[in-house]
Design a protein around this ligand. Structure first.
Ligand code: UN1
Length: 497
């Protein structure tokens, strides 16, 4: 009998008011039922908001260094349980174990960074334009933060949002993706064990329509952070605009790697295999377009197609597997649909292009790493996000053309260039219109202490991770202290003409 899980609301683990549950299954083997999780509704969200309001009253008055201490203990617990958490993550999400360990490590890095930030959270002290007057700013907590997280980084992305929100003094309501509820369940257990006051965190499982929507629409939730599709982000953006809520959106990508004719091709080959097929292509940062200079195109593409055909597909918990399954059947059907579009639009399959079924693949959502060559920049597979193991190769003639192709899509998350020319590398940092650019590394691999996010339809101007996210989760107050003992009128008494 699989375990039935609960929400965490009001400081206790509780069943959903709906009485409904959904199954969480292993995408590499759907006969493996991990557990039944609450299919909650608006009433559960309302109860979470009531509790988070009490949590905010306590937590916002707790000194920030003390809040940081709890995050540091969370980091210690994540370190101690890294292996078990990674195993459980692979079981519910499918990514290979080495990557699941990396995902937990990103949570650890985020915890220690947040822990230290509790002792900084800098404001600014600046001179006043008037005599005997002090001027400074400091950061205040905002209120309740509603966090909606995706399936592809079951630990890292929830921690990117939750830890800075908490260190800044906000209380949190999180709705994790219904594909990976178990990882966040364990994360909440760890937060409580580390000493977080229970009302400060609420976990409400369920679907976007029935939990995400009421969370975004609830007038008492002042901050929303969402990672997911651009279509859902638009709907959330409209709601938050109408209700004047602070909102951070992290959405799609169509990230390109550029291989110049002077590139180290061995390095570029390792890079593109990792960037395109790591996490089975299910990263916002995945390398989904490969732009190759015509002088090296044919030889590079031949090697690439052979190497991709050799990648070993399988259960992520098998140490021999290099590529795991997709998250669910809808996602595999989407990949199939796009492979169809690639062929219809006139591209040529160089590798993959089919499901892996039968035998040990019979009960999983496996799909072969797929490469299209002869792709034109206007093909659908070169413009739309697929979120699967499909790489579109485009041939180019000049650096300027590569930049144009890179920039001419709706998204702007990450990009990469392989070259031995230092001047060109710096030019690319200037010219590529993305939030993140890598030189001689693929489009994936962001580190927790730098800002993460993209331009154009990837985001709405905010960043996760790094120092910038602390601006997002805090309000700035400007403070003036006049100790002159007289009325001093700014802009007037100090300029008498
Ligand atoms: C994502 O793609 O959704 O940079 C997050 C990376 C990871 C995080 C990716 N550190 O690929």
């Amino acid at each position: 009998m699989a375990k039935t899980f609960k929400n965490f609301i009001g400081g206790v683990w509780v069943a959903p008011t709906t009485g409904q549950y959904f199954d969480n299954r292993n995408p590499a083997d759907t006969t493996d039922l991990i557990g039944r999780f609450p299919d909650s509704g608006a009433k559960d969200v309302a109860a979470a908001v009531r509790s988070a309001t009490e949590g905010f009253a306590v937590w916002s008055r707790t000194p920030a260094p003390a809040r940081g201490d709890i995050l540091r203990r969370v980091g210690d617990l994540l370190v101690a349980r890294k292996e078990a958490l990674a195993n459980a993550m692979t079981r519910e999400m499918g990514k290979v174990l080495a990557e699941a360990r990396g995902d937990v490590q990103e949570g650890i890095d985020t915890a220690y960074y947040a822990g230290a930030e509790g002792r900084r959270l800098f404001g600014r002290t600046v001179p006043s334009e008037l005599r005997a007057k002090w001027a400074m700013s400091y950061r205040r907590p905002i209120g309740i933060a509603g966090l909606i997280t995706p399936f592809n980084f079951p630990m890292a992305i929830p921690t990117w949002k939750m830890f800075p929100a908490l260190v800044c003094g906000n209380s949190v309501i999180i709705k994790p993706s219904e594909d990976v509820p178990h990882t966040v369940h364990q994360l909440v257990e760890i937060l409580l064990e580390a000493g977080l006051p229970p009302e400060v965190i609420q976990l409400v499982h369920g679907r976007g329509q029935t939990v995400g929507k009421p969370l975004v629409e609830h007038p008492s939730v002042s901050v929303i952070s969402f990672t997911g599709s651009t279509a859902t982000g638009s709907v959330i953006g409209e709601t938050c605009g109408r209700l004047h809520k602070r909102l951070s959106l992290e959405m799609g990508g169509k990230n390109a790697m550029i291989v110049m004719d002077d590139a180290d091709l061995d390095l570029a080959l390792d890079g593109v295999l990792w960037g395109a097929f790591g996490t089975t292509g299910q990263r916002c940062t995945a390398t989904s377009r490969l732009l190759v200079h015509r002088k090296v195109h044919d030889r590079f593409v031949t090697r690439l197609a052979d190497a991709a055909a050799d990648l070993k597909l399988g259960d992520g918990r098998d140490p021999k597997s290099q590529v795991g399954p997709l998250i669910h059947e809808a996602s595999r059907s989407k990949v199939e649909r796009y492979v169809g579009y690639g062929l219809e639009d006139g591209a040529t399959l160089a590798s993959g292009g089919k499901r892996s079924g039968g035998g040990r693949f019979a009960h999983g959502y496996f799909y072969r790493p797929t490469i299209f060559v002869g792709v034109k920049p206007n093909h659908r597979i070169a413009r739309q996000e697929i979120f699967g193991p499909v790489l579109s190769v485009i041939r180019f003639n000049t650096y300027a053309e590569a930049v144009r192709i890179n920039n001419d899509v709706a998204y702007g998350l990450s990009s990469s260039i392989y070259t031995r020319n230092v001047a060109l590398a710096f030019k690319a940092l200037r010219d590529l219109d993305n939030g993140i650019t890598y030189v001689n590394a693929p489009t994936i691999g962001a580190e927790a202490h730098l800002p993460f996010g993209g331009v154009k339809q990837t985001g709405n101007g905010h960043r996760e991770g790094g120092w910038e996210v602390y601006d997002f989760y805090s309000e700035t107050k400007a403070c003036y202290i006049d100790y002159s003992g007289t009325l001093q009128r700014a802009q007037i008494d100090n300029y008498d003409h």
